[in-house]
Design a protein around this ligand. Structure first.
Ligand SMILES: [Zn+2]
Length: 308
């Protein structure tokens, strides 16, 4: 009888611990608390080594959309969506952020229209991916990940590509388009990880969890050797205007993608504060005009460093 009682007690303690754990996790997952940037900055110093010195990119394609597709209450003016991947250049090698895409996947995003695609640039991007030490993916959409999962070198690239559990789950079970579906065999070749809210992955480089645009979406913080701080925000906003004006994509676009608008708005508020209060350089993946401005200002380089 006593033994039974004590088992019951253990069960009760177990239930209390489970309850405490779930409430602790709920607090942890409350996004972007006041000290979050300071935690990101400390995490950025947690891997010894030299910071990246510069950042380049390659634009492999453009999609041409009315601005009204990009932001709620937008006009009919043309918005050029740049399809790009970024190269973080360290003294001892490179880390790639996103991977471009082949022309077939690009055609999917044209919705029947023929839009600019530069094969030679994508070939260079493939070479840069091959020569890199590590590949990070903002999210599991074709224009960011097809350059890995559809590459002739996919096995070699997968072996140094960090995918989150959520990203891999989408790519294997419900990919955005059939052409980017990852087979169980390919899935087994990636470096797969999960983390609570942030994860340092290289000197000065921190992944920041940001589900909303997709389940596996993340931002990437990068501190460079010159002390510039970048925040690659993926597709949280397609334009910097989404952030500065705190405006989501139009409702029909949110519905088409299946986004979580509340999560996106929380992320946009945090990003705007980091830009206004902390001077972080915000890089949305697709804002062609902004990226060109960064090139003119010497903040980004429109090129990839290759060994040959
Ligand atoms: Zn995208």
């Amino acid at each position: 009888m006593n033994r039974l009682k004590s088992f019951g007690g253990i069960r009760l303690i177990g239930a209390v611990i489970a309850l405490m754990t779930s409430s602790v996790l709920a607090q942890l997952s409350a996004p972007y608390s006041d000290d979050f940037l300071s935690r990101v900055r400390i995490a950025a110093t947690s891997i010894p080594g030299d910071y990246a010195e510069s950042i380049g990119f390659a634009k492999v394609a453009e999609s041409h959309r009315p601005y009204s597709d990009i932001i709620e209450d937008g006009s009919d003016a043309l918005f050029i969506s740049a399809r790009s991947a970024y190269q973080l250049r360290f003294p001892s090698g490179t880390i790639m952020l996103d991977s471009g895409m082949d022309e077939e996947v690009h055609t999917y995003y044209g919705f029947g229209r023929v839009e600019p695609y530069w094969q030679e640039t994508n070939d260079q991007l493939q070479q840069a991916l091959l020569e890199s030490q590590k590949i990070l993916i903002t999210h599991e959409h074709g224009d960011h990940v097809a350059g890995i999962v559809r590459s002739p070198n996919r096995d070699a690239l997968a072996a140094k590509t960090l995918l989150t559990v959520a990203q891999l789950e989408t790519l294997t079970l419900r990919p955005q388009l059939p052409q980017i579906q990852v087979s169980p065999e390919l899935a087994s070749k990636f470096i797969v990880l999960d983390y609570q809210d942030l994860l340092p992955v290289a000197p000065g480089i921190v992944l920041i969890k940001a589900p909303g645009h997709t389940q596996g979406h993340q931002m990437v913080y990068a501190r460079l050797s010159g002390d510039r701080e970048f925040l690659f925000i993926g597709d949280i906003g397609w334009s910097l205007d989404n952030i500065t004006q705190l405006k989501l994509r139009p409702a029909q676009t949110i519905a088409r993608i299946g986004e979580d608008p509340e999560a996106l708005m929380q992320q946009m508020i945090w990003i705007k504060e980091r830009m206004d209060q902390d001077g972080l350089i915000i890089v949305p993946s697709h804002d062609d005009r902004l990226i060109n401005r960064y090139v003119e200002e010497g903040i980004l380089e429109d090129s990839l460093v290759l060994s040959r």
